[in-house]
Design a protein around this ligand. Sequence first.
Ligand SMILES: [Zn+2]
Ligand SMILES: [Zn+2]
Ligand SMILES: [Zn+2]
Length: 203
Amino acid sequence: QSTATATTTAVDWNKYSYIASDDGGYWELKPQYAYQGCGPARIPHCKPADSHNPSQHPSQHRHPAATAITGDAAETRYTCLSPGCPAKPFKRHADLQRHYAQVHLDSSSRDSHTCDYARCARSTEPFGRLDHFRDHLRDYHQEDICKRGSQVDEKWLKGRKVSSRWWRCTKCLTRVDVAKAPDHVCPRCKMVCEDKRKRVRGW
Ligand SMILES: [Zn+2]
Ligand SMILES: [Zn+2]
Ligand SMILES: [Zn+2]
């Protein structure tokens, strides 16, 4: 008899991860819960729990009979479905993705890397891979981040744009402010700034 465990009626959102996709995304049962069979494997984005309650959508109030309502219906909004999230629906799917990555993913599972130069186009269009962010910092911003596994070349370093106030961790690409970390150790991954990179900064 297995009736004792078959009483799941409400969805336990803690067991789901939100996966963003072009058609609005969906909730996926986390792998560690999948074997328990404690809910549907996927719940589509288009069926939020309150979709049956029209009073939650004041913009969709009935128009006078003569007015066409097709214009409103065509407007798409992307709603964050993380339980209890107060964020307003987003106009663009990319905005929802960024919000989700910034607010709901912990740093270890985050796979989007936004450039920290305020005026850079990639400050709003994150890189999916850390390596691509690394290449961007080296090739576009002329930073002294060398390719992974290669030696720091002193001649090359002299032509790079470096600041004596900060350096960037080669490993996790965090910008490290010397005023906050005078020991030149990355606060995030504990990597120490390479000696040659210190020297070129006059430290
Ligand atoms: Zn959210
Ligand atoms: Zn950039
Ligand atoms: Zn680091």
